[in-house]
Design a protein around this ligand. Structure first.
Ligand code: DX5
Ligand code: ZN
Length: 225
């Protein structure tokens, strides 16, 4: 059975308590927190997502699935660790110095830092990043987030060639006995969900499709299928 992580990126601030309560009643498995710094991607949701997350912590016990789309991973991790999320996922592409060995060391150090702070850790890759680039990190993380849209916006169309990447990742972790979650993120709705599940993702992020629905439980149940 897949799990649903509802992205609250497009949630209206005025409706926060109603939306969070209704999502809880509708049994979303996680709240997906899209943290954007205005540099790694053009949108800046940093302060808003910190606010939303601390509010959710006060009124709900459901886990936070934090997705960092930032250049300065260290300070974002420190800011969000204080909210005790279930998992913090950062982007492989956030470590982009010319020195590939330095990037590898920094990524491994960040993975260890997040785990040493009693938080699960995920690694995310953009649609154009090759899966092979992150194989070496998979044994050390809890989840791999495959972006099925370009990071930075909700409401985009799923990029279909990313489904092959999910399939390849599923085959790779099964062949190599690596027990991690595969999260697909972006453009997931009733039209695309079965292809994403067939490809092998077991945690599905959905924002627009859920938040526009009249009844969150109906859409979440249908996505879970
Ligand atoms: C995009 C975010 C996604 C997005 C999902 O940068 O990482 O989580 O908000 O929203 P929908 O489901 O609307 O594509
Ligand atoms: Zn996301």
């Amino acid at each position: 059975m897949v799990e649903i992580s509802t992205s609250i990126l497009s949630m209206k601030e005025a409706d926060i308590s109603k939306t969070i309560m209704n999502l809880e009643i509708a049994k979303t498995d996680y709240f997906h927190i899209d943290v954007m710094d205005g540099k790694f991607v053009t949108k800046n949701t940093y302060a808003k997502m910190l606010n939303y997350s601390s509010y959710i912590k006060r009124i709900s016990n459901l886990p936070l699935d934090v997705h960092l789309m930032v250049e300065d991973v260290q300070s974002a991790v420190d800011d969000f660790l204080s909210l005790e999320p279930n998992i913090i996922t950062f982007h492989f592409e956030s470590f982009n110095s010319e020195d590939k060995e330095k990037n590898k060391k920094d990524i491994l150090d960040m993975i260890k830092y997040i785990k040493d702070n009693n938080c699960k850790v995920g690694l995310a890759i953009k649609p154009n990043t090759n899966l092979e680039d992150i194989y070496e990190f998979l044994p050390y993380i809890h989840m791999c987030l495959i972006m099925t849209v370009e990071p930075g916006e909700g409401g985009q169309e799923l990029i279909t060639n990313t489904l092959k990447k999910i399939e390849d990742l599923k085959n790779y972790i099964s062949k190599n006995n690596i027990d991690i979650d595969i999260e697909a993120d972006g453009g997931i709705n009733l039209a695309t969900v079965s292809d994403v599940k067939k490809a092998g993702a077991n945690i599905l992020v959905s924002g627009t499709a859920i938040l526009v629905a009249k009844d969150y439980k109906v859409i979440i149940d249908e996505l879970k299928g």
